[in-house]
Ligand binder design. Structure first.
Ligand code: TXA
Ligand code: MG
Length: 315
């Protein structure tokens, strides 16, 4: 089905319009500090089903529920001691907590893909906060890209990928973090599901214990672990110190490129630029990208995770 996609400026009128569309069961993409999300009212089965249709996403892949504050999060998920601690320390912010879904939460079963747990997050971006306060309900939102493609960090990326398939995009400018949230199960044993915009080291410092890595056989984590995820159209060669014939170089630090993630070797700047640069290289019609080595600490861990997925053989 094709429809005109409204491009809404994120002023008070735009936020009100976006909230009205969501409350009416329509799909609206909106900015968070991590990436743009494709939102639908999380209690509306039909609206949530349309997210999967618009993205071409396998229905077994559960969605993150976005709420305005910790109290709203507690009304849909049962938090243990570690989750409480992390929520007070890092919300609003780029952290998603997976916890048992609360009885009577009203969250659509399509959101949790039938699991007994739900992924919840309180985004920090002011536009996301304004929107969630105006909607007055939980908003399910995966990243606003066609399934398997690079996440959008600008409204134009959303329009390029999903224009004609969603009611509106609320344009709040570029995302400041530029990488998806870090996902963890906090209780009883803290476990990392996806490296992301909140460095693992910060979580470990808060809890005082190391995070367990996901078990390879754990099907719950499988969606985020699929090979060839976050993929640009071009092929990628990682840890390259210089381009080979036919390659376009994506640089970092001392390794200069046609596009460079951060000239000064700043991992935060590199994270914020990563998806935007991959989108730009796609837009230029580049076939092969060589990527400079990225240190595997702090934000570098999430950057390397996304690059490894983007470079994985295509299914
Ligand atoms: O930063 C973000 O997290 C962005 C913005 C829009 O909030 N959202 C995002 O959503 O990246 P998405 O759908 O692209 O990724 C959600 C991930 C998936 O890998 C999914 O498998 C996992 O969250 N997930 C959701 N519910 C889960 C659950 N109950 N247990 C384990 N993983 C879950
Ligand atoms: Mg995604």
């Amino acid at each position: 089905m094709s429809m005109p996609t409204q491009h809404l400026f994120a002023d008070a009128a735009g936020v009100t319009r976006a909230a009205g569309l969501l409350s009416d069961g329509a799909l609206v993409a909106f900015p968070t500090e991590t990436v743009y999300g494709l939102g639908a009212l999380a209690t509306d089965d039909r609206a949530v089903a349309e997210i999967f249709a618009a993205k071409g996403r396998p229905t077994f892949n559960p969605l993150i529920v976005h709420v305005a504050d910790v109290d709203a999060a507690r009304s849909i998920a049962d938090f243990g001691a570690n989750a409480d601690r992390l929520a007070s320390a890092f919300w609003p912010g780029p952290l998603t907590l997976v916890a048992p879904v609360r009885a009577g939460s009203g969250i659509s079963k399509l959101v949790t893909a039938g699991l007994e747990t739900v992924a919840v997050r309180v985004p920090a971006a002011p536009v996301a906060q304004d929107l969630l306060h105006a909607v007055r309900g939980p908003v399910a939102a995966p990243s606003a890209n066609p399934s398997g493609r690079v996440s959008p960090t600008q409204a134009q990326h959303v329009l390029d990928g999903l224009g004609g398939r969603i009611a509106a995009v609320l344009d709040g400018g570029p995302c400041t973090v530029g990488l998806e949230s870090t996902i963890i199960v906090a209780d009883p044993v803290p476990q990392l599901f996806r490296a992301g915009g909140l460095p693992v080291e910060a979580i470990e410092a808060c809890l005082g214990v190391p995070l367990a890595l996901p078990a390879a056989s754990n099907t719950v984590t499988a969606p985020g672990q699929l090979a060839s995820h976050y993929a640009p159209a071009a092929s990628l060669r990682l840890n390259a110190t210089e381009p080979r014939a036919g390659e376009t170089m994506l640089g970092f630090g001392a390794v200069a490129g046609d596009l460079t993630l951060s000239r000064t070797g700043d991992l935060i700047e590199a994270a914020a630029n990563l998806f935007g640069h991959l989108h730009d290289l796609d837009a230029r019609g580049v076939a092969q990208i060589a990527v400079a080595p990225i240190p595997n600490t702090g934000f570098g861990r999430a950057i390397n995770d996304r690059l490894a997925r983007a470079a994985a053989p295509r299914g």
